[in-house]
Write a protein that binds this ligand. Structure first.
Ligand SMILES: NC(=O)c1ccc[n+]([C@@H]2O[C@H](COP(=O)([O-])OP(=O)(O)OC[C@H]3O[C@@H](n4cnc5c(N)ncnc54)[C@H](O)[C@@H]3O)[C@@H](O)[C@H]2O)c1
Length: 422
């Protein structure tokens, strides 16, 4: 098997996580270069992968100023920093694995998709759910016709109350202008899965939702701007930052608040940094609950709910067909197939594939699939394609537009409005 070489742009949480694959399977993948402005991150990644000094860069433009130095590039910078390095990498002839969302700008998503077809390079988006045993089993059951013809899908993304507070109230994805709307940042995976399971183009989208809880009008009386500033409700507040971040457990999400995991450094991060702010006094504007209704060209309908107000971080789904029903709970690793008539119920269970941090086994499955595509020089078929990713991103943009404008969106017109701008 040919070993694939890659360069990483952005040695943050996601980039580091995917490239653990090179540590686990060194005969399949070697990391040969990194671009990362934060010195501590760059040096720790360099040491982990044994990268020589001359292959470590502060900015992606220094890496791309060199002649092509690897087969592929992983672009794992933040949402608004995806477009430029992706275009440059494709122009230089690299195969590209890009983090989702492709971009917060629909036109940029379309342009990257077009650039990828022109360049003939592999361009995969990190839609990790397609690679999980859970969702690939659902797809397989539908393909085998286990429930006859699929008619309706009900899908829930249960964000988890503390996860919402961490990432979408205090953290990096709290503001549309700095990252993306919630439906893109958090749920573009889910729209991609719905497109995959429905197996037809999406024709119409309607959405509702708002930011109703994590705002100043909902703050308990006397709540200060920061939890550590003598909050009078610290005992009852489930979002009290010291209880979330100053425990013995320094795994994610605590690992995101500081590069130094000592108690003192974390305490300081809560005194000064974004994660110590009262959840009712942040500068967040993304929604905390949203629903999206979708119709597909084969008349399959889907109802999707994203909500912050759940105990678990999980995804639950119901697929309704002409001959049966499938119910699934991703985090429980359980699928139930119910056959009409005979009443037969089949239960499928999976081993724990690493929980939500590794997306139920999806992260490593995705890297493996990408490496296969790179080895075949883009000639073999992957589980997803740039075109499908562009389409599922456009569904997310349409949902956001529907939510904001309060109207139904027809996908053909919506997509056409961008081609006119070209
Ligand atoms: N696929 C998924 O399920 C999933 C899950 C979480 C996040 N994400 C997405 O992954 C992306 C990265 O998220 P993260 O949590 O790793 O963020 P992060 O902030 O931890 O990492 C981004 C890194 O990019 C670096 N960077 C900034 N400018 C750079 C430049 N000019 N050149 C090179 N590097 C630069 C930053 O210093 C940082 O270390 C985001 O787009 C996010 O939305 C995807």
């Amino acid at each position: 098997m040919k070993k694939v070489t890659v360069a990483l742009v952005g040695a943050g949480l996601r980039g580091i996580n995917y490239l653990e694959y090179a540590i686990q399977q060194p005969h399949e993948l070697e990391v040969v270069a990194v671009a990362e402005p934060v010195r501590a991150r760059r040096e720790s990644f360099q040491a982990r992968h044994g990268i020589p000094d001359e292959m470590c860069f502060e900015h992606w433009n220094e890496l791309f100023a060199k002649p092509k130095l690897a087969d592929a590039v992983l672009i794992c910078t933040q949402d608004q920093q995806h477009f430029e390095p992706t275009m440059k990498a494709l122009e230089l002839g690299y195969h590209v694995l890009l983090e989702k969302p492709m971009s917060p700008d629909p036109q940029e998503c379309i342009t990257m998709g077009e650039m990828a077809s022109k360049s003939g390079r592999v361009f995969s988006i990190c839609h990790v759910l397609r690679y999980t045993p859970f969702f690939s089993t659902l797809k397989e059951l539908l393909n085998r016709g286990e429930i006859g013809q699929l008619m309706s899908i009900q899908h829930n993304e249960n964000v988890g109350y503390w996860h919402q507070a961490h990432s979408f109230v205090r953290g990096n994805w709290r503001r549309k202008d700095e990252s993306s709307p919630m439906i893109l940042a958090k749920s573009c995976h889910d729209l991609d899965i719905l497109l995959w399971l429905a197996d037809a183009d999406c024709t119409q989208v309607a959405s509702f939702g708002s930011l109703s809880h994590f705002k100043a009008s909902e703050a308990p009386e006397g709540a200060p701007l920061r939890c550590l500033d003598g909050c009078p409700v610290s005992d009852q507040c489930v979002y009290y930052a010291p209880r979330l971040y100053l425990t013995e457990n320094t795994d994610w999400p605590t690992s995101a608040i500081s590069n130094d995991m000592s108690y003192e450094a974390r305490y300081k991060a809560l005194q000064e940094g974004p994660y110590g702010r009262c959840v009712y006094h942040c500068d967040n504007d993304v929604v905390d609950h949203q629903v999206v209704n979708l119709e597909f060209a084969n008349h399959v309908t889907a109802a999707f709910t994203m909500s912050a107000f759940t105990r678990d971080i999980s995804r639950t789904i119901k697929l309704m067909g002409t001959r049966g029903e499938i119910r699934g709970a991703m985090e429980k690793n359980e699928i139930e197939v119910i056959h009409f008539g005979s009443g037969k119920v089949e239960r499928i269970t999976f081993e724990d594939m690493g929980g939500h941090v590794g997306h139920g086994g999806g992260d490593m499955g995705l890297v493996k699939d990408f490496l296969n595509l790179v080895r075949s020089d883009g000639k073999s078929q992957g589980l997803t394609s740039a075109d499908r990713s562009v389409q599922s991103h456009l569904m997310a943009f349409a949902a956001e537009q529907s939510r904001v404008d309060g109207r139904n969106i027809r996908m053909q017109e919506f997509v056409g409005s961008f081609s006119k701008e070209n």
